[in-house]
Design a protein around this ligand. Sequence first.
Ligand code: 4AD
Ligand code: MG
Length: 431
Amino acid sequence: MVRTYVEELDSHVGHEVRLQGWLYNKRSSGRIRFLLLRDGTGIVQCVMAKGQVPEEAFAAFDRLSQESSFSVSGKVRKDDRAPGGFELDVTELELYQTAAEYPITPKEHGVEFLVDRRHLWLRSARQHSIMRVRHRIIRAIRDFFDGRGFTLIDSPILTPAACEGTTTLFETDYFDLGKAYLTQSGQLYAEAGAMAFGKVYCFGPTFRAEKSKTRRHLTEFWMVEPEVAFCDLEQDMDLAEEFLEYVVQTVLKDRAEELKTLERNMKFLQNVKKPLPRITYDEAVEILKKNGVNFEWGNDFGGTDETVISQQFDRPVMVHHYPAKIKAFYMKRDSKNPDLALAVDVLAPEGYGELIGGSQREDDHETLVKRLEEYNLPREAFEWYLDLRKYGSVPHSGFGLGLERTVAWICGLDHIRETSPFPRMIYRITP
Ligand code: 4AD
Ligand code: MG
């Protein structure tokens, strides 16, 4: 007999198979017992009739509490009324374990209660859908770059210096060598990669000691960062919009079922096609003023500012040419106005905030040395990075897309904590 999975039942209709999983729900009616088996790939109703199965198997029904583990054998029957389209006519049932009383029930639980039980919460249908979407997004990201000649260059997680400002650094002791920091971004190393391979990306966990409690911030999140040699800001934006279109359209096509479970309104997602609107920081400030927001030129946008700006558009919007002083040290300045950085942020529609941050990089050695001083960064730790400007420096650009922000937006979630299997936030490091 074939051991199979719920998602593969369509290729076994009329045949006897064995499924292994957990009890999602059960009920009985006369001499018939109905079991909903969940195996991680789907849920199927198993029907067991008295007299048709060994006495012991029939009796095991009473010991099956929610989330008990068991296996069933039976014949696969096509049934268009059944959720998933199939049922199993049970011939044998074997109990692995009767589960203790399961804390998560169909009734409403508070979010804190659920996050405390994240290791169990992951089994519920909604979380299942979110993680399946997350996985598909990750695969789409890799497929996009792998299919366009980019080489994956992993950047280190333990690093000797800050990359995105010193206020959000996680610090740790590093043997006799002093302090080490958990990486905030793999970008600087990706730049070295770009000078070696032309087009590269890194994709891994990054860390920010974010002291704010918001719906959009995690202290540990994944970021994908492409970096391209001989690429200016315009070309960087071209890449970002092509990339976003690919990821969103792929997920819409391949995870329609999950997005339906999440009751996602897909209108704004279907719109994610290039070209995406491009506006300058100045134009974004104008939008804020027109909408009655009291905003001073030169400040960074806060969450509500981003929402007001993005509400003017039916798809993600690219905001470029920010004031340099609110941006990172490595960004190249606009030759026509050195107060501006050649930076771009991509803001999601519907108030999901910044998905992508990117820029053209400073490629002049002397200018970069000056910047390190201005930003109070220790030159020794950046000597290797300065080398990239000594040995065949070229215009180059890249960006970083936050995976969890992207999952929250595509799934339509209120809070970023549900986008990560085990979220890390200022007030949470368990389970
Ligand atoms: O804008 P950020 O800080 O850019 C960088 O780190 C650049 N080095 C990227 C590059 O050019 N290679 O972060 C990029 C993205 C943000 O747009 C956001 O999506 C996400 O990372 N992000 C966070 N996501 C969750 N929690 C946080 N605390 C985040 N901080 C940034
Ligand atoms: Mg940013």
